[in-house]
Design a protein. Structure first.
Length: 104
């Protein structure tokens, strides 16, 4: 799955990324900000996407997998609503920061 996700990210997502957004991210990075990606995208896509945009941390949706097979079940973790706030807080804590210091 990881190899397929890497290929998909490079071939399908990278060409359509908003260059102005990437430039703004570079400006924030140059000013000392850390870039975090918090998305409902499945984690196997979020991981290569985070590398592509040079995010310092990331969270994506995690799905139940058993013996290498995705299960027909709700996501184990899905950054939405209160879970998104918890995920954002965890990312901030890992970065040694708080949500008060974050910008969306």
């Amino acid at each position: 799955m990881a190899a397929i996700a890497e290929t998909f990210t490079a071939e399908e997502l990278e060409p359509i990324l908003d260059r102005a957004l990437l430039h703004r991210m570079d400006e924030h990075r140059a000013a000392g900000a850390r870039i975090m990606l918090l998305t409902g995208t499945p984690d196997f896509i979020a991981s290569p996407l985070a590398r592509l945009v040079q995010a310092d941390g990331w969270r994506g949706a995690r799905y139940a997998v058993r013996n290498g097979i995705f299960q027909a079940a709700l996501p184990v973790e899905h950054p939405l609503g209160l879970d998104k706030i918890r995920a954002a807080m965890a990312l901030c804590e890992e970065a040694g920061s708080t949500l008060r210091d974050a910008t969306a």
